[in-house]
Design a protein around this ligand. Sequence first.
Ligand code: PXG
Length: 301
Amino acid sequence: MKVYIDGKYFGEKDAKISVFDHGLLYGDGVFEGIRAYNGRVFKLKEHVERLFYSAKALLLTLPMTHSEIEEAVLETCRQNRLKEGYIRLLVTRGIGTLGLNPNKCKKPSIIVIAGKIQLYPQEFYERGLEIITVPTVRNLHSALNPAIKSLNYLNNILAKIEANNGGCEEAIMLNSQGFVAECTGDNIFITKGDRLITPPLSAGALYGITRGVVMELAAQNGMHVAEENLTRYDLFNADECFLTGTGAEVIPVVKIDGRIIGTGKPGDRTRGLVAQYHALTQSSGEPILKTRAKTVRGKAR
Ligand code: PXG
């Protein structure tokens, strides 16, 4: 595997960053998890845009433009002959002193790792997931805004540990007011009749890229899509429930905190969205091997 670090490619063993990098010392940095399907990088522009938004919130100035970062992601795929897989794009604050002052860090580092994705077992998609609500609440907007995809994922990791301790793969995280925020690495949706409902960003949800795609697909299907505060009661009494994320795609949920959701089997609406999302990932995205015309367009951006 070849890993991109600041414009150069390194073998897996040599792909290293300094122990003085504030990404390591303080979790000071931002990241994206992106997927490639069928020779194309899915929603690349959207992921790079979100990376810039996260960085802006941390007053972290990236030393590259949007299109340069997009190109670095595509070139890392080419270097690894990757057609299908998982891409981790991250930016660290860079090398600084042992003190936490980020102004001592002169240059952020940009890293791209393109590898294989670890998927949920197929049976979870067929039978549906069982998930639980965990005690750790989602970060407060006024503390560390959950919209920032920062390198500090301890809030999510604590929740994941609690889910695992409870024998589950994913956790429902509530916000400090007791409304449903999201899961540790996925957004959450319910259906009720022809309505599709997901918590608003103000409830502590990440502006998920899969979330956005699924909302569009559902609207095309004639569903009424809404962002509303949800309580656990709303989840328990939903017709259907599913999670969305780059890794999980669209995955049905059939049991929450011991309550069976709907029929206890993945519902028709969810199964429809799973199939539509899959079809879209196979047929759209930024080509890894570009034609000349595309390269010219990329430069003009
Ligand atoms: N919420 C959180 C907190 C996330 O980290 C999502 C929702 C879904 O967003 P997208 O844009 O992917 O639809 C994420 C992103 C993993 C893993 O290994 C998952 C994410 C990020 C990094 C790793 O499970 N999910």
